[in-house]
Write a protein that binds this ligand. Structure first.
Ligand code: BG6
Length: 290
């Protein structure tokens, strides 16, 4: 495939390595997880833990795990895996093409006996298009191939690489409402100031469709996350104490990452009629000079 090599990556897992005229990207078929995006001449945009677990059926800590069909814990089944099953299933590589120097890779996942027997019995078809140019483009298409409507949540759980999370400012979420997962799911209002993280942060910002910009003075750059078809933005960082209990993070990793997730969750759960499709996209790029 043009600009795309399939190869054995970490842990013996299969991945697609994309080398476009503008950037390099790695996409593991496990979970369709984009683990690396680096425009030529720039530093990596995505954080990936050196302690990530690379094993079949395990979520990869870093890059962009793909969350579907529920976000966080399942609402009624405590045995169902956190964040759904899409991030731990093996996706199919469907093909690739090059348009104006941008390489587009398409992956797919459908329901099967195992998914239907689990906590989400519906027939579905997922298509994930990853485009690699100056911008990393991620487009998740969900098709309801069953005969009844279903509801789903989804997130492009993007781990952005930052110089020091304590020194970043995130704009785009001012004057919005969030569910504070570290304060008993209390609903709160974000003020008019950019968001600065000062401790463990796990916030589900509902009704948020705007671009988020992560200003990183340490790395002297700005990371821009634009999106469509997404009404939720999640901002997560476990901070030091929580991170110490996460086996696939190094002790100081929490300082070098911030998750700004393009999502539809909580109030923004999507209801999809039989035969209908829904597309959510995120466009991630780096702008030098914050
Ligand atoms: C975030 C959630 O999206 O993902 C957090 O809001 C969660 O509550 C975090 O802790 C990481 O989840 P996981 O399952 O990848 O460790």
């Amino acid at each position: 495939m043009d600009g795309v090599v399939t190869e054995v990556g970490a842990g013996g897992l299969e991945r697609a390595r994309v080398n476009s005229a503008r950037a390099e990207t790695h996409i593991y078929l496990q979970g369709a997880t984009v683990t690396h995006f680096q425009p030529h001449g720039a530093a990596p945009v995505l954080f990936l833990s050196n302690r990530a677990t690379w094993a079949p059926g395990r979520a990869i800590r870093g890059g962009v795990p793909l969350i579907f069909p529920w976000f966080g814990a399942h609402s009624s089944n405590p045995k169902a895996p956190q964040h759904g099953f899409a991030r731990t299933r093996t996706w199919r590589l469907l093909g690739s093409q090059v348009i104006d120097g941008v390489v587009i890779v398409e992956l797919g996942l459908e329901d099967d006996e195992a998914s239907r027997a689990g906590a989400w019995p519906h027939a579905f078809q997922l298509r994930y298009r990853v485009s690699v140019g100056d911008t990393l483009g991620l487009a998740l298409e969900v098709v309801n191939s069953s005969t009844q409507a279903f509801q789903f949540e989804a997130a492009l759980h993007t781990y952005l690489a930052v110089g020091d999370v304590r020194a970043v400012a995130i704009t785009g979420l001012e004057n919005t409402t969030y569910i504070d997962k570290v304060d008993g799911m209390t609903r709160k209002r974000q003020g008019a100031e950019p968001l600065r993280l000062t401790g463990e942060t796990d916030r589900v910002f509902v009704g948020t469709r705007s671009r988020c910009v992560v200003e990183d003075r340490v790395l002297s750059r700005r990371l821009m996350v634009d999106k469509t078809g997404s009404a939720t933005t999640v901002v997560w960082n476990p901070w030091s104490a929580k991170a110490a209990g996460i086996a696939d993070l190094e002790p100081d990793d929490w300082r070098r990452m911030v998750c700004v997730e393009t999502a539809n969750a909580a109030d923004d759960v999507v209801t999809l009629a039989a035969g209908q499709r829904h597309v959510m996209t995120a466009m991630i790029r780096v702008d030098a000079g914050a």
